[in-house]
Design a protein around this ligand. Structure first.
Ligand code: ZN
Ligand code: ZN
Length: 253
C-alpha cells in the first residue's frame, strides 16, 4: 500500500509540525545550541502564536505562515498589539528573541554556509497530509489563445528572436510561453477582456520571469518596448492608455 516506503524507519512527523522539527534540528543539531535554548525560543513562539491566533492572523500557530511575506506581515501586525508589546518588554524580549531566531531560520540565513554534512541533519521522513482546497479568484483565460500566440510568433521570443530554449515534447517545437502584457490580475480595472490577441505575446521563459520579477528598471524597458509594439492594436480592443498609465498599471505588481 505504501509506495516507496522503504526509507529510514526513524520517527516521522506530520507536515504541520515539520517546520517546527526542522527549526529544532537547525538550532540544536546544526547551529549547536542546547535543547534548553531551543525550548526557550519555542516558548516564545508559542506565546506569539496565541496572540496571532487571537488577532485572527493564524488558525493555530505561527508555523502555518508559509512565506517570508506572511511572516513579516503577521509580525508587523502583532507589534501593533500594545498588550503584546508590553508583555515582550516585561519579559526582556524573550518573545521577540524566539521570533528573531525563527525568522533567521526561515529566510535561510546560514544556509549558504551549510556543508553537505550539516544539511543531511535536516533529512527526515515527513508524513504527507491531505491536500488543502484553496479558494481564490482567477480570471478565465483561453489556452487556445495562448497556443495560437506562440504559433503566431513562430515559436520565438518576441523580445529577442535570438533567445533559444529547448524542444518541447508536446509540440516538437522550441518551448515558449504566452504572456499577458497587461496581466489578468488587473482585469477589474477594465471593462473589456484582457484575454485578447493584442494583449498576448510569446516570450522565452527567462524573459517571461524577468518581465514579472526582474529589476523595476529592466521591467520598465521591456514594458515600454511592448507598449510601442502593441499600443494601436490595444486601442482596437478597447484599451486607450497613455504610456505612463500603461507603465504604472503593469509595474504596480
Ligand atoms: Zn506572464
Ligand atoms: Zn526572451
Amino acid at each position: 500500500m505504501f509506495l516507496y516506503d522503504n526509507g529510514p524507519q526513524t520517527l516521522a512527523f506530520a507536515s504541520t509540525e515539520n517546520i517546527n522539527e526542522y527549526f529544532r534540528r537547525y538550532i540544536v543539531d546544526v547551529i549547536g545550541n542546547s535543547e534548553k535554548t531551543y525550548y526557550k525560543y519555542i516558548r516564545g513562539l508559542k506565546r506569539i502564536s496565541e496572540y496571532m491566533k487571537e488577532m485572527g492572523l493564524v488558525k493555530e500557530s505561527i508555523y502555518e505562515l508559509g512565506s517570508i511575506e506572511q511572516l513579516d506581515f503577521a509580525w508587523k501586525m502583532l507589534n501593533t498589539n500594545e498588550e503584546f508589546v508590553a508583555l515582550n518588554t516585561r519579559g526582556h524580549h524573550m518573545y521577540s528573541a524566539g521570533y528573531r531566531h525563527y525568522h533567521k531560520f526561515a529566510v535561510g540565513e546560514l544556509f549558504s554556509r551549510f556543508s553537505e554534512k550539516e544539511i543531511v541533519k535536516m533529512d527526515v521522513p515527513v508524513v504527507c497530509e491531505k491536500p488543502v482546497v484553496m479558494e481564490y479568484k482567477i480570471w478565465k483565460r483561453s489556452g487556445i489563445l495562448r497556443t495560437q500566440t506562440v504559433e503566431l510568433a513562430g515559436y520565438q521570443c518576441e523580445i529577442d528572436h535570438g533567445h533559444s530554449t529547448f524542444i518541447a515534447e508536446s509540440t516538437n517545437k522550441q518551448y515558449m510561453e504566452a504572456h499577458h502584457i497587461i496581466p489578468l490580475q488587473h482585469q477589474e480595472k477594465f471593462k473589456n477582456s484582457l484575454d485578447v490577441y493584442a494583449n498576448l505575446i510569446s516570450l522565452c521563459p527567462i524573459c517571461h520571469r524577468k518581465i514579472h520579477l526582474g529589476l523595476r528598471d529592466d521591467r520598465r524597458c521591456m514594458v515600454d518596448e511592448l507598449y510601442e509594439k502593441r499600443k494601436e492594436r490595444l486601442v482596437n480592443c478597447g484599451f486607450i492608455l497613455g504610456k505612463e498609465e500603461f507603465e504604472d498599471i503593469i509595474l504596480s505588481d
